[in-house]
Design a protein around this ligand. Structure first.
Ligand code: NAP
Length: 267
């Protein structure tokens, strides 16, 4: 980890902040990107006080010009990018029948277009050096699309496809590509979204941070974290009808009838 230059998007809180702290503590030079400038500069100052190397670059990943600036600043200050952790994301409930066009744009812009655009900007430098590692933070929901997170799940499934295609594209040229797919993790996204059933364990973001650190040390295609979600991912591939049935049962018990999505009108 020592001296690796690592961009972490979504570093202002949650999984991104935990990852940046862990990587900086292990000797990496971390570039912190997110929109909340105050939180980013606070984290930068905190890490610097502990003798660690951090650079805050406030960035809205839906804005291509800000992505240019993020990569430019990183190269200006550290001279290269060794690892890109595409972590920033939004996770609003997004059932197709109830989701506005604006929310669809925001989900796709942040969760899928942002990572593609940032990866495009970082790749030429990695390809030139025939070295680098791109990590995408997808989700178990990318494997198992679930209401009320349907559109969110589509964006995360897109990241899985992106990672697979990109690995085949740039793997032979020396650039590694990995995916981290977390289940429910205790961050603002889950606590404010209210989408995690109360009985599901929600480990802290440090668990995902350590999975990301371990992936950087020992690159693999994908890590599903916590591991107990793997059997569900496999079940959804082999027997999706069974998962449909289970989810129908689960949601019918959980939702009040008044919460049902309206039926599309006949006209
Ligand atoms: N928590 C879970 O259960 C869970 C499960 C599976 C996957 N994930 C994925 O893990 C990643 C991190 O989520 P989290 O749980 O840590 O959520 P979080 O605490 O809400 O953090 C989300 C991060 O993304 C940043 N972000 C959002 N929109 C952005 C934008 N337009 N430009 C730049 N940064 C932006 C936020 O920073 P600003 O608001 O300051 O911009 C924040 O730092 C997401 O991709 C999420 O989909 C989370």
């Amino acid at each position: 980890m020592k001296d690796l230059v690592i961009i972490v998007t979504g570093a202002s809180r949650g999984i991104g902040a935990a990852t940046a702290r862990l990587l900086a503590g292990q000797g990496a030079k971390v570039v912190l990107a997110a929109r909340s400038a105050e939180a980013l500069f606070g984290l930068e100052a905190d890490l610097s006080r502990q003798g660690q190397m951090a650079l805050a670059v406030p960035t809205d990943i839906t804005d291509p010009y800000q992505l240019d600036r993020l990569v430019e600043r990183t190269l200006e200050v550290f001279g290269r990018v060794d690892v890109l952790v595409n972590n920033a994301g939004v996770g609003d409930p997004s059932e197709v029948a109830r989701t506005s066009d604006e929310l669809v744009d925001r989900l796709f812009g942040t969760n899928l277009l942002g990572p593609i655009r940032l990866t495009r900007r970082v790749l030429p430098h990695m390809l030139e050096r025939r070295s680098g590692h791109i990590i995408f933070v997808s989700s178990v929901a990318g494997h198992i699309p679930i209401p009320p997170l349907t559109v969110y799940s589509v964006t995360k499934a897109g990241l899985l496809a992106l990672a697979e295609g990109l690995r085949r594209e740039v793997g032979p040229l020396g650039v590694r590509v990995s995916v981290v797919s977390p289940g429910f993790i205790r961050t603002d996204m889950v606590e404010q979204g209210g989408v995690a059933p109360g009985w599901i364990p929600t480990p802290g973001p440090e668990l995902v941070a350590s999975a990301i650190a371990s992936l950087i040390r020992h690159p693999r295609r994908e890590v599903v974290i916590p591991r107990y979600y793997w059997p569900l991912v496999v079940l959804n591939t082999l027997a999706p009808g069974l998962v449909d049935f289970g989810l129908r049962l689960f949601w019918s018990r959980r939702r009040a009838p008044a919460g049902r999505a309206p039926r599309p009108s006949a006209d």
